[in-house]
Unconditional design. Structure first.
Length: 92
């Protein structure tokens, strides 16, 4: 699958910005910046990984800057970034 750099989200409180970029490495390399990483980092990574994998993205560099987003927001931002990165619209 062709992948281009894309992002979704904002740096506002309660949101998350997710950036996806192509990489030569296998797997999803997730770089997470969050003030609640110690408590919720594994869950945030899990939601991002599940969402991108469901959209067919298995090899990518992902940077996430979390500002206290809930799982539903993380999933929505990851989906939007995936759509922008692949050009495959899931809302049709």
């Amino acid at each position: 699958m062709e992948l281009k750099e894309a992002f979704a989200g904002t740096l506002e409180s309660g949101d998350i910005m997710i950036q996806i970029a192509p990489t030569n490495q296998k797997g999803l390399q997730i770089e997470l910046d969050s003030s609640v990483e110690y408590q919720f980092g594994n869950q945030i990574r899990k939601v991002i990984t599940e969402t991108l994998t469901e959209r067919g993205i298995t090899d990518a560099a992902v940077k996430a800057v979390d500002k206290g987003a809930l799982d539903c927001t993380i999933r929505a931002r990851a989906t939007a970034a995936a759509v922008r990165a692949t050009g495959v619209d899931v809302w049709k």
